[in-house]
Ligand binder design. Structure first.
Ligand SMILES: [Mg+2]
Length: 310
């Protein structure tokens, strides 16, 4: 069988190596720009024999992209059968980034800062991102540099419309089936996490929510934030798994011996997210990567059950 690429002049014989290299760089550029659909479009060229099955489903396509780029977790790290505590970040991890909820929070942070500091929206935006990158959260920077009372900020930025948040009964079912306790660990407020998790239909599956107030306003990625969580709930780090959309926030969990899962988000904002496009292998603090939390958890449950049957 002649394998080739259709051009304006007919079927051009395919130089697989050159095609793969071209696709590789195109996909990396697409991912760097966080245009998942663009990454998906070139996925089939990276793996011409195994194109995405869904014909347009971003998550499955991106999963294929991670496979093609060999950005898959090590089999040595598949120790979820030892996990009895499942910890989930909230924003863009537990709910799909595609519903664009965090964009509302992001926009309200900017308008809050503009009024609080008496600056333009443009300057407020610069301050917001500067503090976010340097302090872990915008709030931590405002508290450190401007003595901001945190409650006022949290109430304002989380006063958002949840209409775009879908009910996810399948996600609820799989979370319920995971063996052990489940927690939400967020740099946002408890009220925000409760509202969103309620709308998703998963709130009642969680034992507790560890929010920024619970951690005395010390945010992820600080190791102290994780220490406080572990102590507050008597959790043994090596028996727990952390799910996050920001790679940087998985460094401390990895150092503490937790299993780590990066839930790739189409909301690409933090510098450590933008670096994903440069990865050739997973960094040590990211044990697994997925574009589809539900599918990942379903597969994990199957593996746990299979090991239990051995
Ligand atoms: Mg998040």
């Amino acid at each position: 069988m002649v394998v080739g690429r259709v051009t304006g002049r007919g079927l051009k014989p395919l130089n697989r190596r050159a095609e793969a290299r071209r696709a590789h760089f195109t996909a990396r550029r697409a991912l760097r720009l966080c245009t998942v659909k663009s990454a998906l479009q070139v996925t089939s060229r990276i793996q011409p024999e195994t194109p995405p099955q869904t014909g347009g489903d971003d998550k499955a396509g991106l999963g294929a992209y991670f496979q093609a780029m060999q950005l898959v977790g090590s089999a040595d790290l598949k120790n979820f059968d030892r996990v009895n505590t499942w910890i989930f970040d909230l924003d863009n991890t537990l709910y799909p980034a595609e519903c664009n909820l965090f964009a509302q929070v992001d926009q309200r942070m900017g308008s809050f800062i503009a009024e609080y500091l008496g600056v333009s929206l443009e300057e407020a935006r610069r301050v917001q991102k500067d503090y976010y990158y340097r302090y872990g959260t915008t709030l931590a920077g405002l508290m450190a540099e401007h003595k901001l009372p945190p409650e006022r900020f949290l109430d304002y930025v989380h006063d958002i419309d949840l209409a775009a948040v879908p009910a996810l009964p399948e996600l609820g079912a799989v979370i319920e089936s995971l063996p052990g306790h489940k927690y939400i660990f967020t740099n946002g407020s408890r009220r925000h996490a409760e509202r969103v998790a309620e709308k998703l239909g998963v709130l009642h599956h969680f034992r507790d929510i560890f929010d920024i107030v619970s951690g005395d306003y010390i945010p992820k990625p600080s190791a102290e934030a994780y220490d406080r969580f572990l102590k507050a709930h008597g959790v043994n780090a090596p028996s727990s798994a952390m799910f996050e959309d920001i790679p940087h926030n998985l460094e401390a969990p990895h150092a503490l011996g937790m299993s780590t899962v990066l839930v790739h988000s189409t909301y690409c904002d933090h510098p450590s997210q933008k670096q994903i496009a440069e990865w050739h292998v997973l960094p040590p603090h990211v044990h697994h990567i997925t574009a589809d939390l539900l599918a990942f958890l379903q597969d994990t449950l199957k593996e746990i059950s299979a090991k239990a049957d051995d």
